[in-house]
Design a protein around this ligand. Structure first.
Ligand code: SF4
Ligand code: SF4
Length: 192
C-alpha cells in the first residue's frame, strides 16, 4: 500500500472560534441553507419548471458529460506494458495544486529513456481537473478521459491514486508518441 509517511502535509488543522464551538448556531445556519434549497427546488418542481438534477450516486451514474469534460487521469503504456512516462516531472511542475508526486527510478537497460516512475501518485482530494498536467506532458503519457468513475471517498488516504491504478483502471496503449523513438526522431536518442 501507499507510504503515507513520505508525504507532505498540505492542509491546515482547523481552529474553531467561539462561534463555531458553540455548535448550535452553525447547525441552525446549515439547516436554514439546506431548507432554503429544498424549498426552492420544490417550488420549481410544483410549477413544472426544471429543478435540481440529482443522480443517486453510486447506484446511478450520469452519462451526459460534456464533450470536453476532463475526468480521472490515465497513464498510458508502451506496447510492452511498461509506463510511457519517463519521469520528467513536467506534469508535477505544471500542476497548480501540487498534487502529483513522482519518484523516478533508473533502468540502464532502457537506453532511450532510462528514467521511469517508481512511484506516481495523484491526490484527488485537491486536484482541480485543470488538465495542465496533460498539456505539459511531452510523451502523451498522461490523459484525462471523459468519464469520472469512482472518485468520491470518505477517506483522504484513499484519494491518493497510485501508479498501478492510473495505469490499469482504463488501459490505454495507443500513445501518440512511438516508443522507443525512431532514428528520425529529431535527434532524441533513437540511435542510443
Ligand atoms: S488536472 Fe490540474 S490539478 Fe489535477 S493533477 Fe493535473 S495539473 Fe494538477
Ligand atoms: S506523465 Fe508526462 S510530464 Fe509527467 S513525468 Fe511522466 S512523461 Fe513527464
Amino acid at each position: 500500500m501507499m507510504d503515507l509517511g513520505r508525504r507532505k502535509s498540505y492542509w491546515n488543522r482547523p481552529t474553531l472560534g467561539l462561534w463555531e464551538r458553540s455548535y448550535l448556531p452553525e447547525v441552525l445556519r446549515g439547516l436554514a441553507v439546506t431548507g432554503g434549497v429544498i424549498a426552492r427546488n420544490l417550488a420549481r418542481w410544483l410549477t413544472f419548471r426544471k429543478g435540481a438534477l440529482t443522480a443517486r450516486y453510486p447506484e446511478e451514474r450520469r452519462a451526459d458529460y460534456a464533450a470536453g469534460n476532463r475526468g480521472k487521469h490515465v497513464l498510458t503504456t508502451r506496447p510492452d506494458g511498461r509506463p510511457q512516462c519517463i519521469a520528467c516531472m513536467l506534469c508535477a511542475t505544471a500542476c497548480p495544486a501540487r498534487v502529483i508526486e513522482i519518484e523516478a527510478a533508473f533502468d540502464p537497460a532502457d537506453a532511450a529513456h532510462p528514467k521511469h516512475p517508481a512511484r506516481f501518485e495523484i491526490d484527488y482530494s485537491r486536484c482541480v481537473f485543470c488538465g495542465l498536467c496533460v498539456e505539459a506532458c511531452p510523451e502523451d503519457a498522461i490523459r484525462m478521459p471523459q468519464d469520472v468513475p469512482d472518485l468520491p471517498s470518505h477517506d483522504r488516504g484513499e484519494m491518493w491514486l497510485s501508479r498501478d491504478h492510473l495505469l490499469g483502471w482504463c488501459p490505454r496503449s495507443d500513445a501518440a508518441k512511438p516508443y522507443p523513438p525512431g532514428p528520425a526522431g529529431g535527434g532524441e536518442g533513437g540511435s542510443l
